[in-house]
Design a binder for this molecule. Structure first.
Ligand code: NDP
Length: 399
């Protein structure tokens, strides 16, 4: 049906390429482009369908436009880094190509996690008759869909949302991140913001902790409240929400290392002078840490990510929990990746499928929850991320 170009050949790019290749009836031709072509070639060789590869600097709009004009894909799946979102959006507009990504734009010098830069493209995409789909990974992505699906099918009005991301996997390293270390550490060390009574409330990073027992015997974990970008779009698109919070599990070893690294300045994003060379500490740290795309064979255990929504149906209050559990080793068997990249790459493939099949092809810039969730949720079940929904008698993370 359509030719697609994937930009970015890291952990997530690998999964997207594998999953897209499994659906030749939707994705008839695949191009994988990234800064380092050898990484694209290695991924292409591991897949038994022809995938064309190319080198591209996604910070460079003319270079991107030239590649897009040469290859003429219908859609770009951007799984490079958040720093490249705007240049890739600019190039898509110039070349007349639909766009999607899995993380919102980040300026290099400030950790903001805000949609304002990408929302500002609304009119441009609308005028060009092109679709831009933002945040089609797991969180953001599946979590936005879970919220929209619960709101649509189980409630008349929703009032509270808790997104809970538990990674019960163990890779055996004292400290490693499951996706790009720079983005991960920026996110985790940022001040916490949560939505409460019509505004974002700021608290220190990692200052609120709770214990959460996952269903289906995944286990009990310490979770910490933090800011996550889907809170911004979900609180905007579900204005009845009085409170929205995001929680993530962290092990003691991860937190201890992060604290020490932070204390000595290794997580800084401002350049420092080292013997006449400008070095960004967090980028140097990234060079020392294990590459997330190599964690697959060593990571054992499960992820459990879901949304607890409180609201009202037919005058009665109720609480629903929609979640997805994924085994790291099952992902490795299927696409040679751990579950964090897998759970991001599958919703990226499904988002692309929704656009190319026409269900979500709509000029403008969209967050996931603005689009109908039903087909997306069906495809989660079909393509490797089956989910469950249960009603809870009670739910309280306040301690
Ligand atoms: P990686 O660091 O593993 O991969 C990033 C890839 O992008 C690398 O191949 C890198 O190239 C390439 N790249 C970086 N800069 C450029 C550039 N200027 N031009 C071209 N290519 C470039 O990251 P991940 O795969 O872990 O993450 C990919 C994206 O997915 C990130 O935006 C991340 O935030 C997002 N994500 C979203 C999640 C969600 O649930 N929504 C969860 C996890 C990740 P090179 O190999 O040369 O460095």
């Amino acid at each position: 049906m359509s030719k697609v170009m994937i930009i970015g050949a890291g952990g997530v790019g690998n999964v997207v390429a594998h999953k897209v290749a499994q659906l030749p009836e939707v994705f008839t031709e695949i191009v994988l482009a990234s800064r380092t072509k050898s990484k694209c070639d290695a991924i292409a060789e591991s897949i038994d369908r022809p995938i064309k590869t190319a080198a591209v600097d996604a910070d460079n709009v003319p270079e991107l436009v030239a590649l897009l004009n040469q290859e003429k894909p219908e859609l770009v799946i951007n799984v490079a880094l958040p720093y490249q979102d705007l240049t890739i959006m600019d190039a898509c507009l110039e070349a007349g190509v639909h766009y999607m990504d899995t993380a919102n734009y980040e300026p290099l010098d400030t950790a903001k996690f805000e949609y304002k830069w990408q929302w500002a493209y609304q009119e441009k995409f609308e005028k060009a008759g092109l679709t831009a789909l933002l945040g089609s990974g797991f969180d953001p992505g599946a979590t936005n869909m879970f919220t929209a699906y619960l709101a649509k099918h189980y409630f008349d009005e929703i009032s509270e949302l808790d997104i809970i991301d538990v990674n019960g996997g163990d890779h055996g390293y004292p400290f490693a991140t499951n996706f790009n270390p720079e983005i991960n550490i920026r996110e985790v060390t940022a001040e916490c913001r949560h939505w409460e009574n019509g505004e974002f409330v700021t608290t220190p990073a990692m200052s609120k902790k709770a214990e959460f027992t996952c269903p289906d015997e995944v286990g009990t974990y310490n979770i910490y409240r933090m800011y996550h970008e889907e809170l911004e779009s979900l609180s905007k698109h579900f204005p009845t929400l009085k409170r929205a919070q995001f929680w993530m599990s962290f092990g003691d070893s991860y937190l201890k290392h992060l604290e020490v690294l932070g204390n000595v300045g290794m997580t800084g994003i401002e350049p420092i002078d080292y013997n006449g060379t400008q070095i960004v500490p967090i980028q140097f740290l990234k060079a020392l840490l294990p590459d997330p795309s190599t964690l697959g064979p060593r990571t054992k255990g499960k992820t459990c990510i879901g949304c607890v929504v409180r609201g009202v149906k037919d005058g009665a209050e109720k609480i629903m929990y929609l979640y997805q559990v994924k085994d790291h080793q099952d992902c490795y068997q299927e696409v040679k990746s751990q579950a964090i990249s897998y759970t991001t790459g599958v919703p990226a493939m499904i988002g692309a499928k929704m656009i190319l099949e026409g269900h979500w092809k709509k000029p403008g810039v969209w967050n996931m929850e603005q689009l109908d969730p039903d087909r997306f949720m069906e495809d989660m079940n079909k393509y490797g991320l089956p989910w469950k929904v249960i009603e809870l008698d009670s739910f309280n993370l306040d301690q």
